[in-house]
Each structure stands twice: as structure tokens, then as C-alpha cells.
Design a protein around this ligand. Structure first.
Ligand SMILES: C[S@@+](CC[C@H](N)C(=O)[O-])C[C@H]1O[C@@H](n2cnc3c(N)ncnc32)[C@H](O)[C@@H]1O
Length: 497
């Protein structure tokens, strides 16, 4: 055989070898992982941030025996959108004019779906690229459904983290972090940061020196609060007040400083942390934890009672008093504030009605604290302080009975009992004025729906709807005659005998 006849045969053999190698490379996923596929891809899923890939899962949380699928091989699937899948890369289609010997390597199963890899490849070569993608999705959906027990949800590929770009995940994180924000505010109130900034911006080192804090820790607290628009970092390390931060100042209009400090009370927090107990049993977690009710606990802990009475006083002066503004009390000569605390509500009402006299009824340990408040408002000489239990009786003969934030502390039976006591004591044309958070029906956002959870943890009571209050009045032999301020966080209900 001479060289001229040998060369074409050798060339044909080489060409065939090259084509066989090329075909194996095209259909071999390992070759693609090494970069080959990148040159032949015609469409790809959108690029994802690195953190969303399976490899971003912290190694400590991975099961050593659990295989970690390559995000390239499986395609990414957001666990919150089970129907939506990102397609794996599609490749160019090659048509070979001659047949190849059958491949002998074992069938590779598609890592995430259990499909034979060879089946996937064969299907891909039957149709155009866009058709390939549709086929891939529908085949996998069918195979997923076939493998699942009836009614079971589609399983997520193991090790795939939620997509951090998903707004719902961030929204949930923000909700969860609400507990941290509460504590940041408690710290700001306890260290009186807003008061220290009243004169103008201060470097955090100076703030820390004045309030006795660690400068770095305080900086981190203020940085986190500045991100919530409470304080502002005017320049690096220098903080200033904002309108929101102003409300943490003592005596500022609408100050919530006392209420914020009350949120730092460990027993209250512990009761709310144990909410699951209340949900399981329907009883206040506070009683379960401390073996006593909230009012007896406060009577035994005067420093906590002071925190509570200050907090309620702040709300009474602004929010509870505002609920009464729609009500003309000109004809009222004698009012009884039932459970009136330290008298903050009377201190705002009496100056507007010079001929009105009042009786403040509360627990003996509480009424003693009212004198200073009423003195300061210049109305102490028109108020009788009575220490007692409103379940036992209330001062008779008045033409208006105020109950501000009382009924929400008690269950229905207890509410009917105290309302009945008042009905029997009141003058013939008298009215009962109930100031409460009136919860709207349905999904409307309302402060009362969250305050209700405090009631659940601390008391046998709850926040109620207008209809529920009307039912309580009826059960106590009273008529519900009016409701005002339903839209605001606190409203007024009026009942008569
Ligand atoms: C949530 S505070 C409301 C205080 C005030 N009315 C206000 O609007 O801020 C409930 C008040 O009811 C008082 N209280 C609780 N049980 C009582 C009882 N059995 N007899 C009299 N007062 C009681 C508490 O001492 C407390 O001052």
C-alpha cells in the first residue's frame, strides 16, 4: 500500500475520532462544568447573586451525607414559587450525518429530578432550543407530580437557600426584627439619649461619657436606630435628634418616653415571650409565670407600679383625653373616674369644666399617687380620692362615670359585673363613658389588634369590637347610645341605663 492510498483512510479515521470526542464533550455534563458548555450555550437563566446558590448554605447546617447539588446542573428554584423554575442552560443543536456506536457508560441520573441524563439529552436533540426548554419544564413537573404522594407539596431541592431578593423574605425579616427595635428604643429611653441631644448634635464619645455607656456599643445602638429614622448620624460618629426621637424626650408634646421605659419591664417582656402558653390555655401567661395577677404584682413592687402608672399617665393625657374631646360635658356636675390611676385624665378634663367635681376611685396603693398630678393641674381641691375595689362598689349618685382602659383588662363576666355595679349606683339620667381601643372588624390594620396581645399575656381581658362592647352593655342592663373616634387608635362608647 503506497502513501497516496493510505492518507485519505487515515484522515477519515482521524475526522471520525475528532467527531466522536466532540459529541461526548457536548453531551457530557462534566465537560460543561469545566467550561466547555459556556461557549455553546444559547440561552441561560438570569444571573443570581452568589448568596442564593446552594453553595452559600453555611457548612455547619449541611448534612454530611446529603449531596449538595450544583446550582448549574439543577437550575435554581425559589422555594416560595413552587411553580416557577429557572431553566438549565440550553445548547446548540448538532445534526450528525452518520451514526455513532452506542455509548456504554452507565446512564447518569439528573441530580435533582431523578431523570436519566441520556433521556434529557435525547429530548433536547429532537426539538429547537425554545421547544427544549418547554419540554424540560413540563417533563419535570409531570415527573415531580408522579413521584409525590397525593396532596403533598413539591419538595424543594436540598440546600437551596431562599432568594434574598424576594421582597417577602425581607418583609418577614423586618417583622421579626421588631423585637430588637423595641429593645433599642428601651435603651435609648433608659440612657436618656434624646434628652442629651436636646441642645444639639453630639459625638458618640461625648454621649457615652455623659450617660455612662460603652462608646462602641452606644454607636451601634444609635446607628441601628438612625436606620429607623430615630436619631440621625449627621456626620460620622456625631448624632442628632429627629422628629421621631423628640418623642423620647421627657415632657415633649406626645412624649412616649414613659411608655417606652415600661416596655423594658422584664416581667412584662417575659409574659409576652411566653405567649404560646396563653394561646394554648387561654389564660394569661403572666399568672402562669409569676403565680399572681398583674395588679397584685404591681402592688407588691412599687418601683414597677410607678413605671406602669407613668406609662398610663402619658397615654391618658394625650390619647385617652383626645377620645373624650368629641363629648360635651357641660351639663355634668359630678363625674366618677373608675380606675382612674394617678388622675391624669381628670387633670386634663377638669380645667375645661370649672363647675365640675370629681371622685377618683382606684386601688388604695394607687390613689395616693394621684395627689401630686392633680395638684400640678390645679384641680386637687375639686377631686375626692377614694381607695377601693370597683367590683365591691362605686361612689353613687354621679351623672357621669368614666372608665378609661378598664374593661379591656377583664373577661366578659367580670366586665358585666363591674358595669352592673355602676348601673345600680348611677343617677337616673347618668351616662357611662368607656374609653377603649375599639377594634375594627376584618383585616384593617389597627393598634388595638397588637395591644390586644398585651392583654392576652397579662390579663384575662381583651380588646373588643364595637359590637362586643354593645353586647356587654346589654348584658349589664345598659343601652349603648353612641360611639365616636372609631378610626383612631382609641375611641369612646357611651351607654345609659
Ligand atoms: C389600665 S389602668 C387605666 C388607668 C387610667 N384609667 C387610664 O386611662 O390611664 C387600670 C387601672 O385600674 C385599676 N384597678 C385595677 N383593678 C382594680 C380594682 N379592682 N378596683 C379599683 N381599681 C382597679 C388599676 O390600679 C389601674 O389604675
Amino acid at each position: 500500500m503506497d502513501g497516496r492510498t493510505e492518507h485519505p483512510r487515515r484522515d477519515r479515521g482521524r475526522l471520525r475520532t475528532i467527531l466522536v470526542i466532540a459529541w461526548h464533550l457536548i453531551s457530557d455534563p462534566d465537560a460543561r462544568c469545566q467550561g466547555f458548555g459556556a461557549t455553546s450555550v444559547t440561552s441561560r437563566p438570569p444571573a443570581r447573586p452568589a448568596t442564593s446558590s446552594a453553595s452559600s448554605e453555611p457548612s455547619a447546617t449541611r448534612s454530611p451525607s446529603r449531596p449538595q447539588p450544583s446550582p448549574v446542573a439543577t437550575g435554581h428554584r425559589c422555594p416560595f414559587r413552587s411553580a416557577q423554575r429557572t431553566l438549565p442552560p440550553a445548547r446548540l443543536r448538532f445534526d450528525f450525518p452518520f451514526s455513532f456506536p452506542p455509548r456504554t457508560r452507565p446512564a447518569v441520573r439528573h441530580p435533582a429530578r431523578g431523570m436519566k441524563q441520556s433521556t434529557v439529552v435525547a429530548r433536547r436533540n429532537q426539538v429547537q432550543n425554545n421547544e427544549i426548554q418547554e419540554e424540560y419544564v413540563s417533563t419535570n413537573v409531570r415527573e415531580d407530580a408522579a413521584a409525590r404522594p397525593p396532596g403533598a407539596k413539591p419538595a424543594d431541592p436540598p440546600g437551596v437557600a431562599p432568594d434574598p431578593a424576594d421582597g417577602r423574605v425581607q418583609q418577614m425579616m423586618d417583622l421579626l426584627h421588631g423585637a430588637i427595635i423595641t429593645q433599642l428604643l428601651v435603651v435609648a429611653a433608659e440612657f436618656d439619649i434624646a434628652e442629651l441631644l436636646a441642645e444639639g448634635p453630639l459625638p458618640v464619645s461625648e454621649l457615652a461619657r455623659r450617660c455612662g455607656a460603652d462608646p462602641q456599643a452606644l454607636h451601634r445602638v444609635l446607628r441601628a436606630l438612625a436606620a429607623q429614622e430615630v436619631f440621625r448620624e449627621a456626620e460620622p460618629g456625631v448624632f442628632t435628634l429627629t422628629p421621631l426621637a423628640e418623642t423620647l424626650r421627657v415632657g415633649a408634646p406626645g412624649s412616649v418616653r414613659a411608655w417606652t421605659r415600661f416596655w423594658g419591664l422584664p416581667e412584662k417582656l417575659q409574659a409576652i415571650n411566653s405567649l404560646a402558653h396563653s394561646v394554648r390555655t387561654g389564660c394569661p401567661s403572666f399568672t402562669h409565670l409569676y403565680g399572681t395577677d398583674w395588679w397584685s404584682h404591681l402592688a407588691a413592687h412599687p418601683e414597677q407600679a410607678e413605671l406602669f402608672n407613668d406609662a398610663m399617665g402619658g397615654l391618658a393625657r394625650r390619647i385617652h383625653a383626645a377620645a373624650l374631646e368629641s363629648c360635651d360635658l357641660t351639663g355634668v356636675t359630678r363625674v366618677v373616674d373608675v380606675g382612674g390611676g394617678h388622675g391624669h385624665l381628670l387633670a386634663t378634663i377638669l380645667p375645661r369644666y370649672p363647675h365640675m367635681r370629681a371622685t377618683l376611685l382606684d386601688q388604695p396603693s394607687v390613689v395616693v399617687g394621684a395627689k401630686a398630678v392633680l395638684d400640678k393641674a390645679g384641680v386637687a381641691d375639686r377631686v375626692d380620692l377614694v381607695g377601693g375595689d370597683f367590683f365591691d362598689g362605686v361612689p353613687p349618685g354621679a351623672d357621669a362615670y368614666l372608665m378609661s382602659m378598664i374593661l379591656h383588662d377583664w373577661d366578659d363576666e367580670q366586665c358585666v359585673a363591674v358595669l352592673g355595679t355602676i348601673r345600680r349606683a348611677m343617677a337616673p339620667n347618668a351616662r357611662i363613658m368607656v374609653v377603649e381601643s375599639i377594634v375594627p372588624e376584618g383585616n384593617v390594620p389597627h393598634d388595638g389588634k397588637l395591644r390586644d396581645v398585651i392583654m392576652m399575656a397579662l390579663h384575662p381581658g381583651r380588646e373588643r369590637t364595637e359590637a362586643e362592647y354593645a353586647a356587654l352593655f346589654a348584658a349589664a342592663g345598659l343601652r349603648h347610645v353612641a360611639t365616636t373616634s372609631l378610626a383612631s387608635s382609641t375611641g369612646l362608647l357611651v351607654a345609659r341605663a
